[in-house]
Design a protein around this ligand. Structure first.
Ligand SMILES: *Cc1c(COP(=O)(O)O)cnc(C)c1O
Length: 361
């Protein structure tokens, strides 16, 4: 068996130890004689898996009891629609700070339900920076302010939590959750699809300040109601048990590796190594994001000569590096270097990039 280094943006690489454990217990989960994926979600086995996953995630991110934690299907995109339904009144203003593609998606999903107001956007500059906080046109009566903590496609990341006053801050952390310590108390809602930093696609984590559940929100079906999900412990209907279980294994792996403090150090080392290689390439490679807003998780970069893109991608695959093709919206390349990407993977990428430049520069 030969495993490559996978720089895909999501679904993304998972820790090898987690995949091995899942393989080892796939047919017979801990002596039960059946797979965890074959067992009832209401049985004692899966209930224990679910409860442990929540407890481990709470430990990992230091989530206090003022916050509910949900494990839901539907992806981050569904959360972008459910959040306005649950915590904004019909037509109420919501402020969006748009720093890339996913900020725009969040507006699209909320627009039928609220007065979606763009408080600031980096679009005119091609989403290469975060609009300065002083330029944001926030509304005092907004239901919440929405930001994308890390823009997965544009490679733009908030490096601190913006102060938005008394209005709750809602943040899409899909591609950067658990990559460093996080002060949850500064947020009203944190949500993240799991397939970037937490595990497999198919389960979405929503961390929700409980007082926001007292808001009336909008007419909605019970299955779209976060209060019902909290009451039903994310089991209003059959939850994505396999995905939840795998995410739980990833949480345990992260805790065993040293928690978010350790991943913060690794992620700084990995991203610094890669940005240094790009910046030090004499213009052969370039990243266009303003340095203070550069993402530690997703590093888009371009070759000075796009005619070399095809060769770069083909040769990188030969070198055991996959998933480097940039998002179609931007072109070029993108290296996603989430928690599960080992440091030696980034070293291999940087070595390959140097070698490719020598041969084609
Ligand atoms: C991937 C991603 C999404 C979309 O997630 P789905 O689970 O596909 O709905 C939303 N926001 C961000 C920041 C992402 O990276």
């Amino acid at each position: 068996m030969s495993r490559v280094f996978n720089f895909s943006a999501g679904p993304a690489t998972l820790p090898e130890a987690v995949l091995e454990q899942a393989r080892d217990e796939l047919l017979d989960w801990r002596g039960v004689g059946a797979s965890i994926v074959e067992l009832s979600h209401r049985g004692p086995e899966f209930m224990a898996v679910a409860a442990e996953a929540e407890a481990d995630l709470r430990r990992l991110l230091s989530v206090t009891d003022d916050y509910a934690v949900l494990f839901l299907a539907g992806g981050a995109t569904t959360a972008q629609a459910l959040i306005p339904l649950n915590i904004a009144s019909p037509g109420q203003r919501v402020d969006f700070v748009v720093t890339g593609h996913w900020g725009k998606t969040s507006i699209k999903q909320a627009r039928p339900y609220v007065d979606a107001h763009i408080a600031a956007t980096g679009e005119a500059g091609g989403f290469r920076d975060i609009p300065p906080r002083a330029s944001w046109q926030l509304s005092p009566d907004a239901a919440y302010v929405h930001i994308t903590a890390n823009e997965t496609i544009h490679g733009v990341e908030f490096r601190d939590v913006p102060d938005v006053g008394a209005v709750p801050l809602v943040a899409d952390f899909s591609s950067s959750i658990a990559s460093e310590p996080l002060d949850v108390s500064k947020f009203g809602v944190i949500y993240a699809g799991a397939q970037k930093n937490l595990g497999p696609v198919g389960v979405t984590v929503v961390i929700l300040r409980r007082d926001l559940l007292e808001r009336a929100g909008q007419p909605r079906a019970d299955i779209f109601d976060y209060r019902s999900h909290v009451k039903g412990e994310s089991m209003l209907n059959t939850p994505p048990t396999w995905n939840w279980y795998l995410a739980g294994l990833v949480f345990k792996w992260m805790l065993a590796e040293g928690g978010v403090e350790e991943f913060a150090r690794r992620n700084v080392r990995k991203s610094t190594l890669l940005y240094d290689a790009i910046d030090g390439s004499g213009g052969f490679y370039r990243n266009e994001v303003a340095v203070p807003a550069r993402s530690r998780m997703n590093v888009p970069f371009f070759l000075a000569d796009p005619a070399l893109d095809k060769a770069f991608l083909a040769e990188s695959v030969e070198a055991g590096l996959i998933g480097l093709k940039g998002h179609r919206a931007l072109g070029g390349m993108r290296a996603s270097i989430y928690n599960a990407m080992p440091e030696k993977g980034v070293h291999a990428l940087v070595d390959f990039m140097g070698d490719f430049r020598k041969r084609h520069g």
